[in-house]
Design a protein around this ligand. Structure first.
Ligand code: ATR
Length: 281
């Protein structure tokens, strides 16, 4: 029997992900399941792209409505954006494009957003109010930067810590917040700990960024690592009585925010969650 929700025809709206590589991305499965659940005539495809500028020109010419942007193009796409969201501009990285302009001949306008910080904030806000919270972020790469700017946006107070001191100090100075060396973490007072490093990720699953005995002071501990889903950090945080937020929560909510920007419909969180957690159970 034909699955009518699966039909691709002249009316189908197209979405996708550009990056290199993209074959491992969970976004196609997550967004296609959502379109099907809501009975929308839309499709989302993985698009391996080496040149961001040519990629965006191609998407405009082909009438794509929206795309996710992943490594290595989150910065490279910025010159091709007509209208960038102010927080994405501060972060200096875009992971979502919305392309407006109806009809093949219409002039297209490209809007750029960063939903990584929205995902992190929403995942944390399920556990704790961010306004006025003190957050210790471990890491100074792209993820730490998006999460840091996002938390400041929500009214939280941020402290950065990082293995390489000059990188950590430089991010802290961009965020106008304090830097703390890793070996002085016992002196930091914070409600929330966010691991925005890759420490604890497979294959080095026995590593953890913070000694277990320091975890009791945090109410909430979030890890951006999702392979494994239950990192050593999260296991020790749970044992220390903290509420925990796993790495798929940020992925889920950043995807939900993309879906909502593209479709103006509420994302079917249960469907997205089922797709993501099925892969990592
Ligand atoms: P992303 O874009 O995901 O943030 P990244 O830019 O490569 O990735 O940043 C990775 C972060 O993890 C960095 O803060 C890195 O610390 P350094 O600045 O010192 O390199 C941190 N990181 C990676 N491996 C680490 C390890 N074994 N111990 C401590 N920090 C580590």
């Amino acid at each position: 029997m034909q699955d009518t929700l699966f039909t691709v025809n002249g009316e189908t709206e197209t979405f996708g992900i550009i990056g290199n590589p993209v074959h491992h991305s969970l976004s196609p499965e997550m967004h296609n399941a959502s379109f099907r659940a809501l009975g929308m005539n839309c499709i989302y495809v993985p698009l391996p792209v080496t040149d961001a500028h040519k990629g965006v020109e191609g998407l405009k010419a082909l009438g794509f409505k929206g795309v996710s942007v992943t490594i290595p193009h989150k910065q490279d796409v910025i010159p091709d954006i007509d209208n960038i969201d102010p927080v994405a501009e501060k972060i200096g990285a875009v992971n979502t494009l919305l392309i407006k302009g109806r009809g093949i001949k219409a002039e297209k306008t490209v809007y750029g957003y960063n939903t990584d910080w929205l995902g992190a904030n929403r995942a944390l806000e399920e556990k704790i109010s961010l306004k006025g919270s003190r957050v210790l972020i471990l890491g100074a790469g792209g993820s730490a930067r998006a999460i840091g700017f996002g938390l400041l946006e929500a009214g939280a107070e941020v402290v950065i810590s990082n293995r390489t001191i000059n990188k950590g100090e430089s991010l802290a100075s961009r965020l106008c917040c304090r830097f703390c060396p890793l070996d002085e973490l016992d002196q930091v007072k914070a409600d929330i700990l966010v691991n925005a490093t890759s420490v604890g990720m497979v294959p080095e699953v026995d590593n953890t960024p913070v000694p277990g005995e320091l975890l009791t002071k945090f109410s909430v501990v979030m890890d951006i690592v999702y392979a494994p889903l239950q990192t050593r950090l999260l296991r020790e945080a749970e044992a220390a009585g903290c509420q925990i937020v796993d790495g798929l929560a940020m992925l889920l909510y950043q995807g939900a925010a993309q879906f909502e920007l593209w479709t103006r419909k509420e994302a079917p969180l249960n469907v997205m969650q089922e797709v993501l957690y099925r892969r990592f159970k």
